[in-house]
Design a protein around this ligand. Structure first.
Ligand code: SAH
Ligand code: MG
Length: 196
């Protein structure tokens, strides 16, 4: 199997098992971002089966990705995928709850893509690991288009709660004077927060 075959297999499996991997548009943006801004060290919160970590790793030479996954099944799948792609040296996969991980390193890019209700907590936990010119990118800011809908139009209470939390996160980013955030309508919505 070629690398491309393996990538297609990873994407197909993810689709079949309803693993929410990043959209093509989203990963294309991240790839270009990495290339344009000479990103070297990346931290990802939420590896799932390793798809986005693999893609970021391949975006440029001398990129390293540290990525965290708390679900055992997904962690094992990610481990397998990273190995099959031959990217063990590029990707450090941590099997932990991100809130239990403490890192000393600095990163040029932090990609937050884990439990959507916890975005602000992830942001606040890991911003100390962001380099002085670094950027934090958060995925699923549109939450399947639900974030743009009125809360009372959303039937499920859990979903409403989730959307409320994402709306609060958007306000948190807008009001955060240490970062300038752009909200991009790419894929499921990306927030790109750069240190000022
Ligand atoms: N970044 C992946 C998709 C991640 S899906 C890609 O685009 O390919 C979100 C993942 O975050 C899930 O697998 C979930 O298990 C994980 N997750 C959620 N909360 C977490 C936490 N607190 N610590 C570690 N992983 C978490
Ligand atoms: Mg995502």
């Amino acid at each position: 199997m070629t690398k491309e075959d393996i990538l297609n297999r990873i994407k197909e499996d993810a689709l079949n098992q309803q693993v929410p991997i990043i959209s093509d548009e989203g990963i294309q943006y991240l790839t270009q971002y990495i290339q344009k801004h000479s990103v070297h060290r990346i931290l990802e919160v939420g590896a799932a089966v390793g798809y986005s970590a693999i893609m970021m790793c391949m975006a440029a030479d001398d990129v390293t990705v540290t990525t965290i996954e708390r679900d055992e099944t997904r962690y094992l799948e990610a481990l397998k995928n990273i190995k099959q792609m031959g990217l063990e040296d590029c990707i450090q996969l941590l099997y932990h709850d991100a809130f239990d991980v403490s890192l000393e390193e600095e990163f040029d890019l932090i990609f937050i893509d884990a439990a959507k209700a916890q975005n602000q907590k992830f942001f606040e936990k890991f911003e100390k690991n962001l380099s002085s010119t670094g950027t934090i990118i958060t995925d699923n800011i549109d939450f399947h288009g639900l974030v743009n809908r009125d809360l009372q139009d959303i039937q499920s209470k859990n979903l409403r709660q989730m959307v409320r939390k994402i709306k609060n996160y958007i306000s948190f980013l807008e009001d955060n004077t240490h970062y300038r955030t752009r909200f991009l309508k790419l894929g499921d919505g990306l927030a790109v927060s750069t240190r000022i």
